[in-house]
Ligand binder design. Structure first.
Ligand code: GUN
Length: 294
């Protein structure tokens, strides 16, 4: 079997066109959805994510405001920016780019965000609501993955989904969302992580494998059942002197051999990545709609 490639870039483009239409419909009511972005420090990957987020906002007709602080910024300086965004009626969604240079500050900063503007879905109130299946902002990467599956015609209903990775940003919310009794859930879910004894034992039983471990070749062909659907969340830089930058991006899946066995697979880049920003726009539009009861 040679896998169908699940084109996240194309699905993201379709969803962004729908979001733009939603933004255009809101503007005559006097509301332009706005995103406030805070970048602390100079991490090159974070800088390029933030630039991509602002470009995507502009393309969707949204307003965005970026504040940059040096890596030496104090917790109080960071909290002051978050409070400013909380109080600013032009801002409907707040994004503090993670990781922060001082990871010990992260939880306090996340908890300072007004849950009504928590378009990342990282605030404990948002996480609790997500777990209970109550209306809230769903975290962008897991939500994007569920939309790739749905829009590609792969239902999670009754499927055995094996999630590899237990991060707060991807693995753990995914397991929760997949277990809910709704159109994007209804799955039987297994979670594997670094202490799982035999990851392959579980993944070989999966209808859908979601690799979010942050390590190249976490999923090799021998770990995949013939005909499974494979979603690769990994974005790993590996050295490659043949490229201009000296590196290339690979996922967590051993792509070539796994694509020979899978029914469908997301590429890296161009799979899950473009969906994350799309779902951020989706949540920001939703937040702006709520301010006018739309
Ligand atoms: N860093 C990596 N992914 C994310 C994300 O989804 N949101 C934020 N704020 N930071 C990130």
């Amino acid at each position: 079997m040679s896998a169908k490639i699940l084109d996240g870039k194309l699905i993201a483009q379709q969803m962004r066109a729908e979001i733009k239409q939603g933004v255009d419909e809101l503007k005559p009511r006097g509301v332009t959805p706005g995103l406030g972005v805070l970048l602390v420090g100079d991490n090159p990957a974070s800088r390029s994510y933030v630039t991509a987020k602002e470009k995507a906002c502009a393309e969707a007709g949204m307003y965005s405001e970026e504040i940059r602080l040096p890596a030496t910024a104090t917790k109080e300086e960071i909290l002051a920016v978050v409070r400013g965004f909380n109080a600013n009626p032009k801002i409907h969604g707040i994004l503090v780019q993670l990781p922060l240079p001082d990871s010990k500050m992260e939880q306090a900063v996340i908890e300072a965000i007004d849950p009504a503007k928590d378009v990342d879905g990282f605030h404990p109130v948002s996480v609790g609501k997500m777990m209970l299946g109550l209306p809230t902002y769903l975290p962008c990467t897991p939500h994007g993955i569920l939309h790739i599956l749905k829009r590609s015609g792969y239902s999670t209903d009754g499927a055995h989904v094996v999630v590899v990775g237990r991060s707060n940003i991807v693995g753990r919310p995914l397991v929760n969302m997949l277990s809910l009794k709704n159109a994007l859930g209804n799955a039987t879910v297994t979670m594997c992580h670094t202490r799982t004894k035999d990851v392959g034992l579980h993944t070989r039983q999966a209808d859908i494998i979601i690799a979010a471990a942050g390590k190249p070749k976490t999923i090799t062909a021998d770990m995949v059942r013939e005909g499974a659907v494979v979603i690769d969340v990994g974005v790993n830089r590996v050295n490659d002197p043949a490229t201009k930058t000296g590196y290339r991006l690979v996922g967590d899946v051993d792509y070539g051999p796994v694509a020979e066995k899978a029914a469908a697979i997301t590429p890296v880049p161009g799979g899950v990545g473009p969906m994350t920003i799309t779902m951020l726009l989706f949540n920001t539009l939703e937040s702006a709609r709520r301010t006018v009861g739309a």
